[in-house]
Design a binder for this molecule. Structure first.
Ligand code: ZN
Length: 683
């Protein structure tokens, strides 16, 4: 591996600042730590709140990510309180955590890492602990100890596996004292610890030992006879087509208790791994803290025999049934008494010739699971050149998976929002109403697929929303609702991104304005194409996905007040929207048995950011009503009972109501958002 150390960047840094700098370098190397893994510390002499000189240990707070860590994410503890604990023979996790809390010098600092004492018991100033792929490859093979001796000699002490906590800390402290030549410790089936008097020395030792392990592995991998390369049997489009067919069925099957999000990956490493992996080797992560996101083992699914959706569903449900039973057996065999079992569904699903799905309750969890498993694949393949992959035994995996101290990290995530775990797709998302719907659903926790003919505008929105609401919570996909292939492709991409669909907002629409005797055939056809046929095509895809999931769903249709109260010169618009409206009622009738609800929102005169209200339409309407063009908005506002302007956000509130469970007993209904137009009262 490459050292990222820069003398220029680091020259003026010492103590905590140097620790932050080196920790970020470690976090920037995914072969060392991933997503909150690993930790680091420095011992300094400072002053406590009374001004008394105090020896302090700054240790990474539990759950924070080294890649982006800041000084505030390190917790200062009174070192003179911690070091005497070396003399004790035992301490429960609860005693240790309570003791650490009392020794914390900053009450607002995060909870210190569960490996705090390990850092306190090693006498060096800077200490870095990583879960390096290459180091874990050496520990997770049958002859691990011998290999580590061969590679590192006396420079590295090995500490046998135990769950992090007092015992592991004490054993590590003892190992350092018993091996005066040791410059690093390898924790069996867990990771590496290096240290030094400066941040640079400790960091460079991490790089050095990991590089030594990498060289050893690469030499063995080169010597290993290569498996004959078998070409992928499917082209990329065919593979993705099949993945998109599997996704909603899989999502439905693992979401019976609570909905999950999926994420698809078919990079070449994944395909090669899924094609060649020995199912017996799929037994556990290479370091236990991956368990939180990956579960002990993946589901290996072979749908090649499935000919149609029914047999795919059958294959999948049998495979999942087996997985859940195996998980239940594992839990019952190794559980700590009094612990309740968590979700027994897989987080990683490997499908030969298709790729990998990762699952999680948030987008972030699906990404973390993917990243962790990509590294697991690398370690497993490397281990195969060193005598085979041998992770922790199931007993230790279960012990770690249900360890309250590790699960504490999950409680640091923000609380779930009303639409958490929900996937929404919006057509015409670049327009004023489309945007408002997206923002409202995102604010309530949904992930959102923004579709529009204007890809560039939609991509900009997706970037903005991802900054505001969470990375990748909104994605942009080009969709022309009038083109069947474009619609199919867009829904397929959405499936590969999130795995399914819960909310479909049919919002794309156009308005053409002309009296009937002067209406051009082109405008008539365009209106029907977008407003009626476009709604049909997109709704068909949405219904197919929702049916495949068997989780119900909500379709919200942006209709118009014109359906009930048409106005002159709007023949093409009103007739095409009436077709959309009537079609939606039929959809409500046909899909109710699948738990799918279809409801309509009827806005009127929404001007803000509206693509519908083009300058031409404004001019036309001004002429029709005999008013100056600047007064069109005012005119429409005065026309309704409440004498109010209708904003896109008002429409979005109605969409949210129909999208959420708050309207779970309502389908085929119409909610006007028009300030009250008595001619358009639903009846
Ligand atoms: Zn660790």
């Amino acid at each position: 591996m490459k050292s990222l150390w820069s003398d220029r960047d680091a020259q003026s840094l010492d103590g905590l600042a140097a620790l932050v700098y080196a920790s970020r370098l470690i976090g920037a190397s995914p072969e060392l730590v991933l997503w909150g893994g690993g930790n680091s510390s420095v011992k300094v002499t400072g002053k406590d709140h009374t001004g008394k000189p105090t020896r302090m240990l700054y240790i990474k707070g539990s759950g924070s990510d080294m890649k982006t860590i800041t000084a505030q994410q390190f917790t200062p503890l009174r070192l003179d309180d911690l070091q005497p604990l070396m003399q004790r023979s035992a301490m429960t996790d609860e005693e240790m955590v309570a003791y650490q809390a009392k020794s914390t010098l900053e009450p607002s600092a995060p909870k210190p890492s569960i490996e705090t004492l390990l850092h306190a018991f090693i006498p060096a100033t800077h200490i870095y602990h990583t879960h390096a792929d290459a180091i874990c490859t050496l520990t997770d093979v049958p002859r691990g100890r011998e290999i580590i001796r061969d590679v590192f000699g006396d420079e590295v002490a090995i500490v046998p596996y135990s769950r992090p906590g007092f015992l592991l800390s004490k054993r590590t402290g003892d190992a350092v004292r018993a091996n005066p030549l040791a410059r690093a410790v390898i924790l069996d089936k867990h990771g590496l610890i290096t240290w030094g008097e400066t941040a640079q020395a400790a960091y460079l030792d991490t790089v050095r030992y990991v590089t030594m392990a990498e060289r050893y592995i690469h030499a063995r991998l080169r010597a290993k006879p290569r498996a004959p390369k078998t070409a992928a049997r499917r082209t990329a489009p065919a593979r993705r087509e099949l993945a998109a067919a599997i996704a909603p069925v899989l999502r439905g099957a693992i979401s019976r208790h609570k909905p999950m999000l999926l994420r698809y990956d078919d990079r070449p490493e994944v395909l090669a791994f899924a094609r060649t992996v020995d199912p017996k080797s799929l037994r556990g992560p290479f370091t236990p803290d991956h368990l939180l996101y990956t579960k002990p083992w993946p589901l290996l699914l072979d749908p090649r025999a499935a000919r149609d959706e029914a047999s795919l569903r059958d294959t999948l449900s049998k495979a999942l049934e087996r997985y859940r039973q195996d998980y239940l057996d594992y839990f019952n065999t190794y559980k700590t008494p009094g612990v309740t079992m968590g979700d027994p569904n897989p987080r990683i699903v490997l499908i030969p010739e298709v790729g990998m799905f990762t699952t999680g309750k948030t987008r972030r969890e699906t990404v973390i699971a993917r990243d962790l498993y990509l590294h697991t694949m690398g370690v497993m393949q490397a281990a195969s050149a060193l005598g085979g992959y041998q992770p922790l035994p199931a007993r230790d995996l279960c012990d770690f998976e249900y360890w309250p101290m590790e699960n504490y990290k999950l409680t640091l995530a923000p609380p779930e929002r009303p639409l958490s775990r929900a996937i929404a797709l919006i057509t015409g998302a670049a327009g004023g109403i489309g945007r408002a719907i997206a923002e409202r659903l995102l604010a309530d926790g949904a992930v959102v697929v923004l579709t529009d003919v204007d890809l560039e505008a939609t991509q900009k929105l997706a970037e903005e929303y991802s900054r505001r609401f969470g990375a990748d919570h909104a994605i942009a996909i080009e969709m022309d609702v009038t083109d069947e292939r474009s619609v199919r492709r867009a829904f397929r991409e959405a499936l590969l991104a999130f795995g399914g669909l819960d909310i479909f907002a049919s919002n794309a629409g156009i308005a053409r304005c002309a009296p009937i005797d002067r209406l051009t055939l082109a405008d008539w056809r365009a209106s029907l194409d977008v407003n009626a046929t476009g709604h049909l095509l997109a709704s068909q895809e949405a219904i197919r996905i929702m049916r495949a999931q068997q989780l119900g769903g909500s379709i919200v249709v942006i209709s118009t007040k014109n359906v009930f109260a048409p106005g002159q010169d709007f023949g093409a618009y009103s007739a095409s929207k009436a077709a959309q409206h009537q079609l939606s009622r039929i959809m409500a009738i046909e899909t109710a048995r699948d738990g799918i609800r279809v409801n309509m929102v009827n806005p009127d005169g929404v001007f803000l950011n509206s693509g519908l209200w083009s300058p031409e339409i404004r001019a036309e309407r001004a002429k029709a009503h005999g008013i100056p063009i600047t007064e069109v908005e005012e005119f429409y506002a005065k026309r309704n009972l409440l004498q109010t302007k209708i904003l896109p956000s008002d429409v979005a509130e109605a969409v949210l109501f129909f999208a959420s469970n708050r309207s779970s007993k309502t389908t085929g209904a119409v909610l006007p958002v028009d300030g009250g137009v008595k001619e358009a009262f639903p009846r």
